[in-house]
Design a protein around this ligand. Structure first.
Ligand SMILES: [Zn+2]
Length: 279
């Protein structure tokens, strides 16, 4: 049974009533997908709960400036969207807060409170409440925003999860340029890549097919005394399995030959292009 794909998992995690009985059945049967789902659910629950935004303070303009810079946004988005919510108050927001904070006489009596720049809790709360009321309806106070944020968080979490869990990418072990021989002019490149399971393959590409018969791909010893055929390449590129156990350092020469269709399995001795693999 194939596992659920990221989109299915995200939709199930986001919407309790998402109608996908097959997928829900799979969740019951598959511990791996169930674990992914549980992780996504936790994220959704954490973010979907609409917080009491009356206790959040409005981020200063430098926050948007940072986001704007980091994302390389255009000039039309330069203005702080939160400042835009209350344009008539925008200029005095900072000053108002500072005044409230610095109000003398509001300082708590406790002796171990540093004397300067400390905003008494009561004042701070009331100050922020005022601000919250002023900007009621700002994007971050609308419930829909939190669902969108939850969706975004799910995607981020899933993306991270995916990046950590996906199979390792093929590793390039060796590569070479292929240069034309004798009367030929086809050129290209070849590389050996190792898959996650340790199997190796040779990827060959040439800029044209110059064979009068057909192209065959070989790995050859440096002195040309020994050679291994990897197969036929009917177009300008191909991928060939490298025999397990073949020591590439003993057969580093990649050769593309022109083979007549004559039933003779040996190298025709007509090479089109060649190169020596280096790691
Ligand atoms: Zn599964």
């Amino acid at each position: 049974m194939p596992h659920l794909d990221p989109e299915q998992l995200s939709l199930l995690a986001l919407y309790d009533d998402w109608d996908d009985p097959g997928a829900r059945e799979h969740l019951l049967a598959c511990p791996q997908c169930a674990a992914d789902y549980a992780a996504l659910r936790r994220t959704v629950e954490a973010v979907k709960t609409t917080p009491d935004t009356s206790r959040l303070s409005v981020p200063g303009p430098q926050v948007w400036a940072g986001i704007h810079r980091e994302l390389g946004l255009g000039e039309s988005l330069r203005e702080d969207p939160l400042a835009a919510e209350a344009p008539e108050e925008g200029g005095t927001k900072e000053a108002g807060t500072k005044e409230a904070g610095a109000a003398p006489g509001a300082m708590p009596a406790s002796g171990d409170v540093p004397p300067s720049n400390v905003v008494p809790l009561s004042d701070r709360t009331s100050g922020v409440k005022t601000k919250g009321a002023r900007t009621r309806g700002a994007w971050w106070q609308r419930p829909g925003t939190w669902l969108a944020t939850a969706a975004a968080a799910v995607l981020v979490v899933f993306g991270a999860n995916w990046a950590f869990n996906r199979p390792p990418q093929p590793q390039e072990l060796a590569a070479t340029q292929l240069t034309p021989l004798a009367q030929h002019s086809a050129a290209g490149s070849a590389k050996v890549v190792e898959a996650a399971d340790g199997s190796r393959s040779l990827q060959v590409s040439l800029d044209k097919d110059e064979a009068k018969g057909y192209q065959e791909v070989w790995l050859i010893a440096p002195d040309l005394s020994k050679l291994v055929s990897l197969g036929v390449m009917n177009s300008t590129s191909g991928t060939f399995q490298v025999p397990a156990g073949l020591d590439l350092s003993q057969y580093p020469v990649v050769d593309v030959s022109d083979e007549p269709v004559d039933g003779n399995p040996a190298h025709s001795s007509v090479s089109i292009a060649r190169g020596t693999l280096t790691t």
